[in-house]
Ligand binder design. Structure first.
Ligand code: ADP
Ligand code: MG
Ligand code: MG
Length: 876
């Protein structure tokens, strides 16, 4: 017996997503649990992969198995494929393991031709319905299978409707048949083939088209952005049609078992009477809220409601379902975990725990740490909003606020965004082929379509604000402008969207960060129960430290002292220190900086109130603090009462061809020990002072860019000496630690030696990535994005840690360091400290903490909890 390529719905279940795809596994599971699903079968993802492997041919036995399974559908429906007397029509539906909304294509009403269409008309005594189904089939088949530009068909349809004078439901059977004939001619002239009359040929071609759509551009783009493997393949579902277009007792719709924007516990969805397939999503007519169904078809609604709730508790998660009502009879066509905003994800996870459906650990694992970013997304500044008048209000399709320049074309949005412009993509409606423009835009605005339109679903998935279905917009693509209630917005004009309210404003408006909900805090506190790794923040000033604490940071993992150098007129003293010729001059300048630094550190210690604060000594190349144009140099010379030429030549002499690898880090403190001395004194005096105020302090002094233990040693001596002096003077001792950044490969490799001096390590993975990869972050923009696109590198190594390479250095450094000093405290303070995948890696390596920017602290807390929960799963 050959390989099994085809599974009847009743042969599969929810666990078979790899083989059957998400949609196939979903309909199989529903079938198994007794939910009404039209019968059908699924062709496996393996068949799709084999199709590609053998050069675009059906694998051996596939077609025979499909025909056999078709007989099963015939038996269950009592209809016959291709039989004019009682024709079976099928849907051919793609479905990969991960739902790719709108990315793959579905053909409906397959099996129709001139004679089955007539048979259907007689059988149903509804010629208009048969003609409508026929028209739709030829259109979908032409577009999806034969690759004819969809616009060609839509144009004809639009003409027939008198450009919006009439709706699609107003077209008569005769008109629809006329349109169908025109469609056939379009196919003939555009695709160069006759529309196939033979249902079997239709089916074969449609299956192949679904296979091919796996490798279409928009599917590939979607996978790249969502990091879905190209090797999964898609399943193909062939299913008996049910008809939502048989009259006013028929309908089609989509719904979520809870509100996917807010998470509130109410069925949320839309439906269209006398409609089929993608009419709802495409926004052909404006759909009605599902609550209307309760009023118009109470019995069907009740059944629907019960099934929705049943599915939700069966899957223990919110479901996104598709359904069709055929002459008052309900059919479920799809169920899958509902995509939701981060706010909804948090609320739903917490609600499901209090409803007793899931436990806390599951709740913590339900929320994607990346998605939390959305919650930290800005909203329109209430002050700015006060006297602002919205131009119009559409549907609040995806929350958050954003401003940008209006752009009407996705390609243009992509180009402008690449030059650093903020753009808002404005479209009548969006389609999968606009995806790249949506990725590039800050936010999306559409004139047509509901809460489940393509624009809304995609924007929510990406965490971007979206206002959909703003019906007042009169968009003119030709002239690149939109008129809204008398106001004209042209390409390049600023607009502001509030995706939480649906409001559209002209101009650029200030935005602010929102308050976090109690559900959010609840979920975070559960995360803290599970995680074993600490989370700190990188913060340089008290304000950031305060924010970090409010987000739950347990310390400061990196304070960059030099960030305070630019404040007020401090930079003058800093420059004086840099320009100084002798240690005495340098000391004199440093003496001016010291009290200011001490004040900064006091501020940080007070805010952190006993939590550890890691302060890094001076790190950047000194010329970063110097002026470079003559005018400014002259001003500086005047301030310093020095000769312009002398200052200028001093500045010129400090030029470096590769500053990243130049005179910076601990090298500064080694050549100019008085700098380290001053910083250490400022730190310890601040510590003493704050301790005397009755506040606990835990300073950690960190020396940057050490490659040899012999570099760390002299810096250590200075710091310890100063500490001794300050404590003796004050008569107060403050326990402190001295450690180093590990940000050079040599440091990681000789960590055993370095740990003889260092009491803690903090992996500076930004520099470690630069030095391990020999890749300058500042110069990689020209090629790195291309590397990622061509999969030469899986990710941007500056965003997510290169685990194979740089990660090995982290692992080696940690192990060797702890071999020398068993209780060595190890953390990470690069950008990666807030990247979920990197956080999980840090947990696995056994780091004590990660440190990231304050806004990413909640993301790191959640990711660290998921990493810890992953351990307990692995143990089982
Ligand atoms: P997508 O993945 O884009 O949602 P689907 O395969 O779910 O594609 O098909 C889109 C729509 O087509 C469904 O929401 C449903 O309205 C309609 N459809 C799919 N299968 C059937 C069917 N067997 N009978 C009637 N309508 C169907
Ligand atoms: Mg689709
Ligand atoms: Mg669907």
């Amino acid at each position: 017996m050959g390989k099994k390529w085809v599974y009847l719905f009743r042969e599969g279940d929810a666990t078979m997503r790899d083989l059957l795809g998400g949609k196939g596994a979903g309909v199989a599971e529903m079938t198994r649990t007794g939910v009404p699903v039209p019968p059908g079968f699924t062709i496996t993802t393996e068949a799709c992969n084999t199709y590609y492997e053998i050069g675009g041919k059906f694998p051996e036995g596939l077609w025979e198995q499909a025909l056999e399974a078709l007989k099963d559908i015939e038996a269950q429906t009592g209809k016959k494929f291709g039989d004019p007397a009682n024709p079976l029509l099928v849907a051919v539906r793609s479905g990969a393991k991960f739902s790719m909304p709108g990315m793959m294509d579905t053909v409906l009403n397959l099996g129709l031709n001139a004679s089955t269409r007539e048979g259907l008309a007689q059988l149903t005594a509804n010629p208009r319905f048969a003609a409508d189904a026929y028209r739709r089939f030829i259109q979908l088949f032409g577009k999806i299978v034969l690759g004819v530009e969809g616009e060609r068909f839509e144009h004809v349809l639009d003409e027939a409707k008198g450009h919006g004078q009439r709706q699609d439901t107003d077209l008569s059977a005769e008109e629809l048949l006329q349109i169908a004939e025109t469609f056939k001619q379009i196919i003939k002239s555009e695709a160069g083939v006759d529309f196939p009359e033979d249902p079997q040929e239709q089916l074969r071609e449609a299956i192949a088209a679904v296979f091919r759509s796996w490798n279409g551009r928009r599917a590939r783009d979607y996978r790249r952005i969502n990091k879905i493997s190209d090797s999964l393949g898609t399943g193909v579902n062939v299913q008996a049609m049910v008809f939502g277009n048989m009259g006013d007792d028929s309908a089609t719709g989509v719904a979520f078992t809870r509100n996917p924007a807010t998470g509130s516990s109410e069925i949320f969805g839309e439906y269209l009477v006398n409609a089929q397939g993608e009419d709802v999503v495409a926004g052909v007519r404006t759909p009605q809220p599902i609550s209307r169904l309760e009023a118009t078809m109470p019995e069907v609604y009740k059944q629907f409601h019960d099934i929705a709730k049943q599915l939700e508790s069966h899957y223990q998660d919110v479901q996104d379902v598709e359904f069709t009502i055929e002459r008052g009879r309900l059919w479920m066509l799809q169920t899958r975990a509902g995509k939701r905003t981060a706010a909804a994800a948090v609320k739903i996870a917490v609600d499901l725990v209090s409803e007793g459906v899931i436990d806390k650990a599951t709740a913590v694992q339900r929320v994607d740490p990346h998605a939390l970013d959305q919650l930290l997304h800005p909203m329109i500044d209430p002050e700015a909003r006060k006297d602002a008048q919205a131009l119009t209000t559409g549907l609040p399709a995806s929350p958050g606020a954003a401003s940008g320049k209006a752009v009407f074309d996705p390609d243009e949005a992509e180009q402008l965004a690449a030059t650093g412009e903020q753009v808002i993509l404005v479209r009548v409606e969006t389609a999968p082929e606009d995806f790249h423009g949506m990725v590039a835009a800050q936010a999306i605005l559409t004139a047509r379509g509901g809460m489940t339109s393509h624009a809304a679903v995609v924007a929510r998935g990406m965490g971007k604000p979206c206002v959909a279905g703003a019906g007042d917009l009169r968009i003119n693509y030709a002239e690149q402008l939109v008129v809204v209630n008398g106001t004209t917005i042209r390409k390049g004009d600023w607009v502001t969207l509030d995706g939480s309210t649906g409001e559209v404003f002209a101009g650029q408006m200030a935005t602010v960060q929102p308050e976090l909900s109690t559900d959010f805090n609840e979920l975070m506190s559960w995360s803290d129960e599970f995680r074993t790794m600490g989370v700190r923040a990188n913060a340089d000033v008290p304000h950031d430290a305060e924010m970090a604490r409010s987000f739950g940071a347990e310390g400061i993992g990196l304070c960059r002292t030099e960030h305070m150098f630019f404040e007020g007129n401090r930079i003058d003293a800093v420059r004086e220190m840099i320009i100084a010729d002798t240690p005495e001059e340098r000391r004199a300048a440093l003496a001016k900086i010291e009290p200011l630094q001490q004040g900064d550190f006091e501020g940080l210690f007070r805010v952190m109130h006993g939590l550890p604060v890691t302060i890094r000594t001076l790190d950047p190349p000194l010329h970063e603090f110097l002026p470079h144009d003559d005018h400014e140099i002259e001003l500086l010379a005047k301030k310093l009462d020095a000769d312009f030429k002398k200052v200028k030549s001093k500045i010129d002499s400090m030029h470096e061809s590769n500053p990243m690898l130049g005179f910076r880090g601990c090298r500064l403190g080694i050549i100019y020990p008085e700098i380290t001395e001053m910083q250490a004194r400022a730190i310890f005096k601040a510590a003493v002072k704050v301790k005397q105020e009755g506040i606990d302090v835990q300073p950690e002094v960190m020396i940057p860019l050490v490659g040899h233990v012999t570099e760390l040693k002299p810096q250590e001596e200075i710091v310890r000496q100063v500490a001794k002096e300050v404590f003796a003077e004050a008569g107060v001792e403050v326990p402190y630690m001295l450690g180093t950044m590990i940000e050079l490969p040599r440091a990681a490799l000789t960590a055993d030696e370095i740990a003889e001096v260092a009491e803690f390590f903090s992996f500076g993975t930004n520099d470690l990535t630069q030095t391990a990869l020999g890749l300058s972050r500042d110069d990689s923009g020209r090629f790195l994005p291309l590397y990622v696109e061509r999969k030469i590198m899986a990710d941007d190594p500056f965003q997510t840690l290169d685990q194979r390479g740089v990660g090995q250095l982290v692992r080696i450094g940690t192990e060797r360091g702890r071999n020398t000093r068993a209780n060595l405290k190890v953390g990470i303070c690069g950008e990666h400290g807030g990247d979920p995948a990197s956080v999980i890696f840090c947990h696995e390596v056994g780091l004590n903490y990660v440190s990231c920017s304050p806004f990413r602290v909640p993301i790191a807390r959640l990711a660290a909890a998921q990493a810890a929960l992953g351990d307990s799963k692995r143990d089982k």
